[in-house]
Design a protein around this ligand. Structure first.
Ligand SMILES: Cc1cc2nc3c(=O)[nH]c(=O)nc-3n(C[C@H](O)[C@H](O)[C@H](O)COP(=O)(O)O)c2cc1C
Length: 334
């Protein structure tokens, strides 16, 4: 069935196709056309949270937390919404998303287009979801990198009560200098501030909300070692590996290969698995890894788990394979 829907959607530009499919999904759920499949799955406790299954939706598909209720019907154990920033912003100019059909990849340079944290939280208040809700936060494009901590703290405070976990996005290639926040100098300041804020909010709300750091696949082994050290030093609750890549190896002859932005999907798979493998060695199972990047088949999901991921997320695979992939992955990772 999805094959037919996809043939139609792929005739449209990716942003319009995304908009229409989200509206279509909402309608289909409203009329009871999509019901969650009854797949027995083993719940798993990670970071003190009870995940109904290991398969999650990666950040960026529901940037404004508008579609949590219909997305929940697709069977995800967890859904990560955002990236959200303190103030609303339009993102980069269009076109800003490109399908690489042969490669089963996407290049995007959205640049955190979103409604801002206040409207975002209002949307969450209306949503229904029994799984774990992740809230992915970032900084506004015009906030200087030296002041970035303030943006993360603003979102962290506002998101805290409503989040299962909070993801700190320091790895999108589409916001100038954002990925510099992974360097020792900035990351240490950021983690220190967030850990101390987490303690304050834990007391205030009598609820410990874990936070995880989402990293880039383009870090060198040395950079990964430094990041892992800081994650351990500040007892960060988890790490998401990985975001999209600026590397174009393997797709150089594709039509959109030279478009600026982050590449996701099949061409990212190996690279992100290598990061998971490396982190797994450094972290020695002390900090859980959420594996994401190029999961297009059930085997891809198993591979991430075998290399050290406790949970997995998908985005591009969902666009290319449809929501059947969620069920396949749930079965494969039970
Ligand atoms: C169109 C698009 C938009 C994205 N937006 C975000 C975002 O706002 N925040 C974020 O942390 N990751 C974002 N991502 C990255 C995904 O969450 C994921 O890390 C990456 O795409 C690799 O997974 P995949 O190969 O399954 O797509 C986006 C990815 C795509 C394709």
């Amino acid at each position: 069935m999805y094959r037919y829907i996809r043939s139609f959607l792929f005739l449209l530009n990716p942003e319009l196709a995304h908009h229409l499919s989200m509206k279509g999904l909402t309608l289909a759920c409203f009329f009871g056309l999509i019901r969650e499949k009854n797949i027995p799955s083993e719940p798993i406790t990670i970071m003190g949270l009870n995940f109904p299954n290991r398969v999650g939706l990666a950040a960026g598909l529901d940037k404004n937390a508008e579609y949590i209720t219909p997305l929940a019907k697709l069977g995800f154990g967890f859904i990560e919404v955002g990236t959200v920033t303190p103030r609303s912003q339009p993102g980069n100019s269009k076109p800003r998303s490109f399908r690489l059909i042969k490669d089963e990849g996407i290049i995007n340079r959205f640049g955190f287009n979103n409604v801002g944290i206040d409207q975002f939280i209002n949307n969450i208040k209306k949503a229904k979801f029994n799984g774990v809700l992740g809230i992915n936060i970032g900084k506004n494009f015009d906030t200087p990198i030296d002041k970035a901590v303030e943006d993360y703290l603003t979102c962290f405070r506002k998101a805290y009560r409503y989040a299962g976990y909070i993801a700190i996005n320091v790895s999108s290639p589409n916001t100038k200098n954002l990925r510099n926040l992974q360097s020792d100098k900035y990351l240490e300041i950021l983690l220190k501030a967030l850990k101390s804020e987490q303690k304050i909010l834990h007391k205030k709300f009598k609820k410990l909300v874990p936070f995880v750091v989402k990293i880039s696949p383009d870090n060198s082994s040395k950079q990964l070692d430094s990041i892992a050290k800081l994650l351990l030093k500040y007892k960060v609750d988890g790490v998401i590996a990985t975001n999209t890549t600026i590397d174009r190896k393997g797709i150089l002859s594709s039509k959109y290969a030279m478009e600026e932005g982050g590449l996701s999907g099949a061409p990212l798979n190996k690279k992100s698995t290598n990061v998971i493998k490396h982190l797994n060695k450094c972290l020695n199972r002390k900090i859980p890894i959420i594996g994401v990047g190029g999961i297009i088949t059930a085997d891809d999901g198993i591979e991430k788990i075998n290399n050290g991921a406790s949970l997995i997320q998908i985005y591009t695979g969902l666009i290319f394979r449809g929501h059947g992939l969620v069920n396949e992955l749930r079965k494969a990772t039970r």
